[in-house]
Design a protein around this ligand. Structure first.
Ligand code: DGL
Length: 261
């Protein structure tokens, strides 16, 4: 089991932001990443559709003997991770918006969250917000249109900037001091977000926390890869190979393959 890969999936290229954190913390682990870009965005789909896509991705990864699966997508995590955990006998690590740390650190007591419609309407997101952000005003904003633009590699286009300006205006007016990124595609927007937000607003996402949790679970289950060799990383996309490669440009030699799934 120790030498089996970690499996990861996302609705597209966004989950590579999580893969980069995992790679940094666990460089010796083998990883297999599925970018389901053909079916992006998940955020505007029904829970039943998100479930069937997540099941398809999970079963493909389990066919490759993955020892743990990272659901590198807030939308899939907040909607279907309970179902996946009940259905499959493998540990799942999910990603949820970092509402709790933002609420704890906020001094203006006002926090912004940018996430997909699917995440913001999920009961898991609501219970987290109720449990950990009492007394904090949360300005929720659906990032409609952002995932399709990022899927085209347009992270700093005029269209992207126009949408972000519109989405950030009410948050800035409400005096947020933290912006929570509740979608794994959005870390790629950080340079643009910084240029649009007042300097004192801090941006947080959950990528590093996911990597730490992955390490903790592998340790607890005694399944860390222990041969001391650098891990092998394989990426599959069912859409544009070139776009996925673009998001991995800074990650060294990486195997990226087109696969129909
Ligand atoms: N990366 C996904 C997430 O974290 C994007 C969802 C979508 O495809 O709309 O929510």
């Amino acid at each position: 089991m120790n030498n089996c890969p970690i499996g990861m999936f996302d609705s597209g290229v966004g989950g590579t932001s999580i893969w980069k954190e995992v790679r940094k913390l666990l460089p010796n682990e083998d990883t297999i990443f599925l970018a389901d870009s053909k079916n992006a965005p998940y955020g505007e789909k029904s829970e039943a559709e998100i479930r069937s896509l997540s099941v398809k991705n999970t079963e493909l990864l389990l066919g490759w003997q993955c020892k743990l699966i990272i659901v590198a997508c807030n939308t899939a995590t907040t909607n279907v991770i309970d179902y996946l955990r009940k259905t499959y006998d493998v540990p799942f690590i999910g990603i949820e918006p970092a509402i709790k740390p933002a609420a704890l650190k906020s001094t203006s007591k006002t926090v912004g969250i940018l996430a997909t419609q699917g995440t913001l309407s999920s009961s898991l997101f609501h219970s987290t917000a109720e449990n950990y952000a009492a007394g904090i005003q949360i300005i929720e904003q659906e990032g409609t249109g952002l995932v399709p633009l990022i899927e085209l590699g347009k992270v700093d286009s005029e269209e992207t900037r126009t949408l972000l300006k519109r989405y950030l205006t009410p948050m800035i007016a409400a005096n947020i001091d933290y912006l929570v990124l509740g979608c794994t595609h959005y870390p790629y927007l950080v340079p643009v977000l910084k240029s649009l937000l007042p300097q004192q607003v801090k941006i947080i996402d959950s990528g590093a926390a996911v990597a730490r949790q992955t390490k903790a679970v592998l340790e607890k289950n005694h399944v860390l890869k222990e041969d001391g060799k650098k891990g092998n990383s394989v990426f599959y996309t069912n859409a544009n190979l070139h776009t996925l490669k673009g998001f991995l440009r800074d990650s060294g030699t990486i195997e990226v393959t087109r696969l129909d799934f």
